[in-house]
Ligand binder design. Structure first.
Ligand code: NAD
Length: 484
């Protein structure tokens, strides 16, 4: 399975819609192209998924057999780790070193959820119900079954193509669901390789069905489809809201992992070297295109200048470049559209009087590169302060005490993640309780483990991924009653 064979296979995907080019964001050159799959292909994919679910070819297997197949997928992913890394770095522009670190974590989703296959259990209840035959209590035995939803639609964005695919496909398979999978139109490559591996590992035909196409066509058709029982979506809050509306037709269940505008609090007693380094990487890694990126940094006044200087120094030292360029640590933005969006926020901020401490411009070279940007003198009602930019742009503001820190951190419609840096552990845990976010990291950033649930508060949510919650998202509960 060479990278070239994946590119060729993508090119062969012929739907009924528009031709969609796949662009290398580090060079702006076309890598391959495909045709938007169209409504007919969505209907066919859902029908295949439905047929496989009703036939029980996957959900009907003993749980331990499904677990073995998930392990095989992980092993095959490990064997093809280099191709996955190449495809994702080619498609997103991320450095190869970063892509190589991510792939084993992605394979591990299948091993982690393989373990859950044999641990899906309901509960038992002993009930005495009034109004039995003799007028007394009727002895009842009740129990719950955890059953797969059925056909689920899995839709995800371009920022971590193989990670997002595995985070959804692994628990859906472990639960026994059949799925229709739609990666972002910008980044279909690694999903095509994963589709092959899933088949080779022994997942029966029709259980996982890959569609490649636009969100407003293929994604929208999948979301509105009357025979899809659940949509698990990762992407922007804006599209998340559209998905909620589109799924109302058959009252689909919807899981949403959405945007963020995550605050990072740095207190004057923090390990400043570590806090500055991690706060910088926490926004500039992957050019800020991470949902938990800490795009709003708040610093206790006494160390404010020192932290601004420190983050600025790191921003200036980072080497931008494509995956094939020697020494590159940070890649480009994903697309011209994203570049226009990010520069739009920056230019508007400049007009409104923000201070650009560093960055604020596109690099004068091919590729969608924006210099890591540090902004101060920002008003809280500015669009760039309130809205998710999803680029290498951080705003830094001072605070005086815990009350002000919490008020600033929570002054957002998002609630995905938040961080506090302080060596006072009592204060760290106190502030953790006050932060309105689904994940709070203390004296650390960019934390992840397959076993720890991840989800948002406020407009960054519905539901959770990873951990036990991750498989429960693909299971529904049936209560069974029996008179004894
Ligand atoms: P997006 O919402 O534009 O697109 C995400 C996916 O939805 C893509 O596959 C797209 O084709 C599809 N889509 C678009 N319109 C659709 C529609 N009307 N119906 C159905 N599907 C549709 O997001 P993006 O720009 O690709 O990704 C960036 C966003 O993703 C950011 O907001 C980021 O915060 C978010 N994100 C969140 C998490 C998380 O776990 N919370 C993780 C990664 C990214």
């Amino acid at each position: 399975m060479t990278v070239q064979s994946v590119l060729d296979e993508v090119r062969k995907r012929r739907g009924t819609g528009a031709v969609i080019p796949v662009i290398d964001p580090a060079t702006e050159e076309q890598i391959t192209e495909f045709t938007d799959c169209g409504q007919e292909a969505v209907d066919e994919a859902v029908a295949r998924a439905r047929a496989s679910f009703e036939a029980g070819v996957w959900r009907g297997l003993p749980a331990r057999e499904r677990a073995k197949v998930l392990w095989r997928i992980a092993d095959l992913m490990d064997q093809h780790a280099e191709e996955f890394a190449e495809l994702d770095s080619l498609n997103t522009g991320m450095p190869m070193a970063q892509a190589r670190m991510i792939v084993p974590t992605c394979a591990e989703f299948f091993r982690y959820y393989a373990g859950w296959c044999t641990k899906v259990n309901g509960n038992a209840y002993e009930v005495q119900m009034e109004g039995g035959v003799s007028g007394s209590f009727a002895e009842m035995h009740a129990y719950t079954l955890k059953e797969p939803y059925g056909v689920v639609g899995l839709i995800f964005p371009w920022n971590g193509p193989i990670f997002n695919a595995c985070a959804k496909i692994a628990p859906a398979l472990a639960a026994g669901c059949s799925s229709v999978v739609k990666p972002a139109e910008e980044t279909p490559l690694s999903a095509v390789l994963l589709e092959r591996i899933i088949a080779e590992a022994g997942v029966p035909d029709g259980v996982v069905n890959l569609l490649i196409g636009y969100g407003h066509t293929a994604g929208a058709a999948l979301t509105a489809h009357p025979d899809v029982e659940k949509i698990a979506f990762t992407g922007s809050t804006e599209v998340g809201k559209q998905i909620v509306q589109a799924s109302a037709g058959n009252l689909k269940k919807v899981m949403l992992e959405l945007g963020g505008k995550s605050p990072v609090l740095i207190y004057d007693d923090a390990d400043l070297n570590m806090a500055i380094m991690m706060a910088s990487m926490g926004i500039f890694v992957h050019s800020g295109q991470g949902c938990v990126c800490g795009s709003r940094v708040f610093v206790q006044r006494g160390v404010y200048d020192q932290v601004v200087d420190g983050i600025t120094t790191i921003a200036n030292a980072l080497q931008l470049g494509g995956p094939k360029e020697e020494g590159s640590g940070i890649g480009p933005l994903i697309s011209q559209k994203q570049l226009t969006r990010v520069m739009g926020f920056i230019d508007e901020g400049k007009r409104d009087g923000v201070e650009v401490v560093t960055g604020g411009y596109r690099l004068d070279r091919p590729g969608y590169f924006v210099h890591p940007t540090v902004l101060t003198n920002v008003d809280r009602d500015m669009r760039l302060y309130q809205q998710e930019i999803f680029g290498p742009v951080v705003t830094i503001l001072p605070f005086d005490d815990d009350d002000e820190a919490a008020a600033l951190a929570n002054d957002t419609t998002y609630g995905l993640a938040a961080t506090a840096w302080t060596t006072n552990l009592s204060r760290a845990h106190r502030i953790a309780k006050r932060l309105h976010a689904g994940t709070v990291t203390l004296n650390s950033q960019l934390n992840f483990d397959h076993n720890v649930p991840f989800g948002g508060y406020k407009q960054s949510r519905w539901g959770h991924e990873f951990g036990r919650e991750g498989i429960e998202a693909y299971l529904q509960t049936k209560s069974v009653w029996a008179q004894i």
